[in-house]
Design a protein around this ligand. Sequence first.
Ligand code: G16
Length: 545
Amino acid sequence: MASVRTVATTPYPDQRPGTSGLRKRVRVFLQPNYLENFVQAIFDAFPERRGGTLVLGGDGRHHNAEAIQVILRMAAANGFERVVVGRDGILSTPAASHLIRVRGAFGGIILSASHNPGGPEGDFGVKYNVGNGGPAPEAVTERIWAISRELREYRILEAEDLPLGRPGELRLGPMTVEVVDPVADYADLMERLFDFDRMRALFDSGLFRMRYDAMHAVTGPYAREILERRLGAPPGTVVNGEPLPDFGGGHPDPNLVHARALVEAMHGRDAPDFGAASDGDGDRNMILGRRFFVTPSDSLAVLAANAHRVPGYARGLAGVARSMPTSRALDRVAARLGIDCYETPTGWKFFGSLLDAGRITLCGEESFGTGSDHVREKDGLWAVLFWLNLLAVRREPVEAIVRAHWREHGRHYYQRHDYEGLDPDPAAALLEDLRRALPSLPGRRLGGLEVSAADDFAYTDPVSGERSERQGIRILFGEEARAVLRLSGTGTAGATLRLYLERYEPDPARHGLDPGEVLAPLAAAVDAIAGLRARLGRERPDVVT
Ligand code: G16
């Protein structure tokens, strides 16, 4: 009979979850009891967990397999009755969210550092999702952090590793471990939302080619099942489809910089019609047409404007939401549709209450995240299938669809500039000084535009009443332009300062300009106020997306 061991431990001071769970270098997680402490803090935050079901899985990165075994043994020692775990410990983030919901689980633990690199020198992470399938809200993550700082012991079952390679039920002490196919339920859900017959016909026509880059991360098996098997796309449509613990040495972040091979293929002589990619844990997406990049903000707006063409959303949208730094292209669509558009702080967790209350159907972020009320996480492959459904209905190139959208609604030129690996103190001081200067900005002319308002974004959740402050500095130039500055909450090395630039252009004759050129005066104006280059000692951003 397996016995429970109570192990004495010392707290770690640095286990405060960030924008999306606890993310650290693998070597940080390898410190004695580091993982165990955090998992025990999660469990202790929920005394009512006893007898409940936990969903468990991760993106397969380095340390995933070992951590899954530890968490299983700890769940058995902490009163869970059942753990539903993906085969080999694998689940994409959206698939985990779906499983939590369909199983009525108490919650779920997802092991991932999302788009951050993996491998022994890379990153690892632990996220806790609550019973609605979404990331734990801030009140919960703060409670977990408080418990972690006082933690003196954790409980674990003494037992051998379980074989997780085949679906079926296993026993672990008093607990049942149910190993499930990570793909099946999720693929069925996609089949209910989208018009698979029409999408199949698009591939069958022989007039359409697609390239999906799984970046050697978790979505490979999902994309192969859905695109190549259920929709009949030719084999080879999915590239880099084998999940690898180090993502093949790549940086599984689907953007113009890190998904370079896909971007080059989409600009090549024989480019496919549609290109897409997803990230480490499958919740991000990038959408490309032939020689054409769709910004995540535009993608969200286009999906909202076209939702009525897709079966799962044909009944109309209850409302929509975007994170504050995301461009305001979505707001224009919402105004046209006569529905509400909510502006939330960065972090998917802020959409959960709006989705649960039925106030919104679609939501998204500039950080390559788009989703809907089908789960409570952003969903990379879902966004790709939404686009594919749209292409199958409209039978027009991606670029034509986006340009038509701009003609109708105007174009929001948009860029995000990331300054990475900064010394945290000067970066924080820069924002602090800017915060102090905010009252003096309105009325000033900068880069040919007049500042209409400047503030530090604060949000009160309209459903829960929860208040979140200091969520990013906004410098507004009326409807015409906007600059936002904030520190990232997902980095693991130093600080990352993000500058988000947006400029609205209603005139279709001016929709073909280079975003970098359109936004350069705004970037220079921000530099003049905040002193980015001088104070950060950087000539230019490390990544522009
Ligand atoms: C996470 C969050 C997103 C957020 C993104 C960037 O995504 O879930 O809501 O927009 O990080 O956050 P930050 O700007 O603070 O780095 P993911 O895909 O990394 O889980």
